[in-house]
Every structure is written in structure tokens, then in C-alpha cells.
Design a binder for this molecule. Structure first.
Ligand code: PRT
Ligand code: MG
Length: 225
């Protein structure tokens, strides 16, 4: 019997995936917050879970280290920098198939600035703005679509600090409740896109393990609320 490997990341993706897995009849037998294991067994002998960094999920699935996984649209768009106009639809990038919007881990990608910054003036056609972000591909595309020249500064975390220190005038970051921005006296000046987690599937695995993979994908799709 072939084993199916599902890649998840610890934290909100894992937590929000559990009810979907349960609805698909799959119970994870270890708690990642209590165990240091990176490979978790499930109640289904044919299904196991591997724990990877959120941004590594597409890499694992693309190269067959996992047959499928759950990743945020932000991670997928940044990973597939050439996804372009085809969007996160059925035909993916480099052997990745993105068939289901799981509607979990929802948030939005937004532009934020200091409250005293005149964003409307800064993004007038042909103007120039300095933007710091972990999401440089999404940010570049967004400002290109607006016809605004952008100087992008790549950061790996704590983006809120950039406008406060003068590193950048604006940031592009994920916003959920808005409390992180508020705590740092920043305001959300533009919403770029809604974000949710997607099921990503290795196309070769789908061909090789057709029946069990189909059953699992259909179970996930049927569990989306
Ligand atoms: O932490 P690590 O570097 O391993 O990876 P990661 O940060 O990508 O993983 P994780 O688990 O934090 O996020 C996984 C996925 O959850 C992301 O890829 C998003 O698709 C989704 N998600 C949903 C979020 C949020 N909501 C969210 N609020 N990811 C991050 N945040 C952060 C945001 O970056 C900001 O710092 O929370 C802060 C804002 O939250 P509010 O509620 O204060 O607005
Ligand atoms: Mg995080």
C-alpha cells in the first residue's frame, strides 16, 4: 500500500487543518506542541503528516517530499513568483496543483503606513515610494499595477518597525485583527487581497496514487465550511 504524506506547518495552519482532517476521517495521533516529532502518524495507516516551516510547504510538495500540503495564498504567491495572471487556480506552477480553497487561516494582505504619512499623494501615478516587506513579489506586483515606482526592501519579520524607524514609508504585511498595526501606531491604508490557506498537490503523486489521493482531496473539499 502506498503512503500519502501531507505537509503542514505548526501553529494556525495545523490547528485550523485539524477539523478538516477530522471531517475527512483523519485523526493526527501526536500533538506537535507536546512532541518534537516531525513525522506524525494518523489513525489511517495510509496517511502521515510531516511538519515543515510554513514557507517550505510548497517546496516539499513541489519536489515530492510530501504528496500534498496546506499553505497560505501569501506563501504560494511568493513561492511561485511567476504565477502571474493565471492566479492560484487549477493549473499551478512547476507541477503544483492548487485545487481547493480551504478557507482557513484567513487574513488579508495590506499596505500600512504611519498615520501622519500622506499615502494618497505618495501613490499618485509616476511617483516613488519606499516599501519594506517579507512579501516582495506581491508588493512589487501591487505597485506595478498602480503605476507607482517602488523601492523594495526585503525583511524577514517585525515589518511594523520599518515606518517607525524611517527604513521605509510603507509596509506590505498580513493583517488579521489589526491589533499589531494599532499597537505600533500604524494604519492600514490599502487592502491588496484576501488571503486563505489552500490545498497544494504534487501532480505526479496524483497520477501515481490516483485513487487514495482523489479520495483525500475530495474529502478535504467536502469538509470546507
Ligand atoms: O512563523 P514562520 O516564519 O514559521 O512562518 P509564518 O509566519 O509564515 O507561519 P504562521 O504559522 O505564522 O502563518 C501561516 C499562515 O497563516 C500564513 O502564511 C498566512 O497565510 C496565515 N495567517 C493568517 C497569518 C495571519 N493570519 C496573521 N495574522 N499569518 C501571519 N499573521 C501575522 C502577521 O504577519 C502580523 O505580524 O500576525 C500579525 C498580524 O495579526 P493581527 O491579528 O495583529 O492583525
Ligand atoms: Mg509567523
Amino acid at each position: 500500500m502506498s503512503i500519502i504524506t501531507l505537509a503542514l506547518s505548526k501553529g494556525r495552519i495545523f490547528d485550523d487543518s485539524l477539523p478538516l482532517l477530522a471531517a475527512a476521517g483523519i485523526e493526527v495521533l501526536d500533538d506537535p506542541e507536546k512532541s518534537r516529532k516531525l513525522i506524525l502518524a494518523t489513525n489511517q495507516p495510509g496517511v502521515r503528516v510531516v511538519l515543515v516551516r510554513a514557507s517550505d510547504v510548497p517546496t516539499y510538495v513541489e519536489h515530492g517530499g510530501a504528496d500534498l500540503g496546506v499553505a497560505g495564498l501569501d506563501v504560494l504567491l511568493e513561492h511561485g513568483a511567476g504565477w502571474g495572471d493565471s492566479g492560484p487556480g487549477a493549473s499551478g506552477l512547476s507541477g503544483l496543483y492548487v485545487p481547493v480553497d480551504l478557507k482557513i487561516a484567513r487574513c488579508r494582505m495590506s499596505v500600512a503606513t504611519r498615520a501622519d504619512f500622506d499615502y494618497a499623494a505618495a501613490v499618485r501615478q509616476g511617483s516613488r515610494i519606499r516599501v519594506a516587506s517579507k512579501y516582495t513579489h506581491i508588493a512589487r506586483q501591487h505597485f506595478a499595477d498602480k503605476g507607482v515606482h517602488v523601492d523594495l526592501i526585503k525583511l524577514y519579520g517585525s515589518m511594523e518597525l520599518a515606518p517607525l524607524t524611517g527604513l521605509a514609508e510603507a509596509i506590505v504585511d498580513l493583517v488579521s485583527t489589526g491589533s499589531t498595526l494599532k499597537a505600533n501606531h500604524l494604519v492600514e491604508v490599502e487592502r491588496i487581497m484576501d488571503i486563505s490557506a489552500r490545498l497544494v498537490v504534487n501532480q505526479a503523486a496524483l497520477k501515481l496514487k490516483r485513487e487514495p489521493m482523489r479520495r483525500l482531496i475530495d474529502a478535504f473539499a467536502g469538509a470546507v465550511v
